[in-house]
Design a protein around this ligand. Structure first.
Ligand code: SAM
Length: 285
């Protein structure tokens, strides 16, 4: 018998993976959590039937959501990570020595995701035990309301703009993130895919809201094969640092951080966007 996981990318386009084994399934207070094994993609995490992580291509997403900001500002010490229950973002951040990254507050709404990933996704979760990581099982939207002038970097590694992640794409939330950041603060968020019509609308909306709050607001791209269309965007927003003019390539390269996707040549290239994406980013909501 063949067992397949399918995710609809539009009503008439779907992405399917042959499931060799179902490793875990649970309904938490927030979402349904599943972990599958696929011969070609390794272990796969899905939430409410949406693909979050495959062991095969997670390195692209996790390297791109972290190193771009740290190559711009080597003085990032205090970091807030919102979502990120699989632990991949933390794994990348803990590649920096304790002299640079001193503290990481991680705010994940669903403890069950973390527990499942600790057991079935060690490839991404194995650094969650780092002593610099302080775990808060709370809604990120509420957590940032209390914070003022505290963080050098905020990374929003959330689910899509519906379900528990919806509030993490609002103007109110971005305004609170602005206040939670220090003067040289940077915000990086997962910015969805620009390709299919409904996703493109979400990209335009997210970007307009970010631009409303942050004086510096750019988008960069990566190729993530298991995500809708494979074309994925991240947002770089800050109070004053520019991702290209302020890049500290030499300092970052001297750190000798081992990566599989990110490098400082690619850093320049990933901000060069196709015309159809540029148009989306000037659209009004
Ligand atoms: N790489 C992923 C992607 O974009 O497909 C995101 C991965 S990570 C698993 C997303 C996490 O965000 C989930 O574990 C989810 O529980 C968490 N999350 C969703 N809404 C949240 C909220 N309001 N506050 C904190 N965490 C949230």
């Amino acid at each position: 018998m063949d067992l397949w996981f399918s995710e609809y990318h539009t009503k008439s386009v779907k992405y399917s993976i042959k499931v060799d084994k179902q490793l875990f399934s649970k309904k938490s207070d927030f979402q349904r959590i599943d972990i599958f094994y696929s011969k070609d993609l390794g272990n796969i995490l899905t939430l409410d039937g949406y693909l979050m992580v495959t062991e095969k291509d997670e390195f692209v997403y996790h390297e791109m959501i972290t190193h771009v900001a740290l190559a711009v500002n080597p003085d990032i010490k205090n970091i807030l990570v919102i979502g990120a229950g699989d632990g991949g973002t933390i794994r990348e951040l803990t590649k920096y020595s304790i002299d640079s990254v001193e503290n990481i507050d991680m705010v994940e709404i669903d403890e069950e995701v973390v527990k499942a990933c600790l057991e079935y996704l060690p490839q991404t979760s194995h650094r969650l035990i780092d002593s610099r990581v302080k775990m808060f099982y709370e809604d990120g939207l509420k957590f940032v309301r209390k914070k003022k002038n505290e963080y050098d970097l905020i990374i929003i590694d959330s689910t899509d703009p519906f379900g528990p992640g919806e509030g993490l794409f609002t103007k109110e939330f971005y305004g609170n993130c602005y206040n939670a950041l220090k003067e040289n603060g940077i915000l990086i968020n997962q910015h969805e895919s620009p390709f299919y019509d409904n996703d493109a609308k979400a990209v335009a909306k997210i970007n307009k809201r970010l631009r409303h709050v942050f004086p510096v607001c750019l988008v960069y791209q990566a190729h993530i094969p298991s995500y809708p269309s494979g074309h994925w965007l991240f947002g770089f927003a800050s109070k004053n640092l520019h991702p290209l003019n302020d890049l500290n390539a030499e300092i970052w390269n001297n750190l000798n951080i081992k990566t599989k996707y990110y490098n400082t040549d690619l850093h320049w290239g990933c901000f060069a966007l196709p015309n159809y994406v540029k148009e989306l980013l000037t659209d009004d909501e």
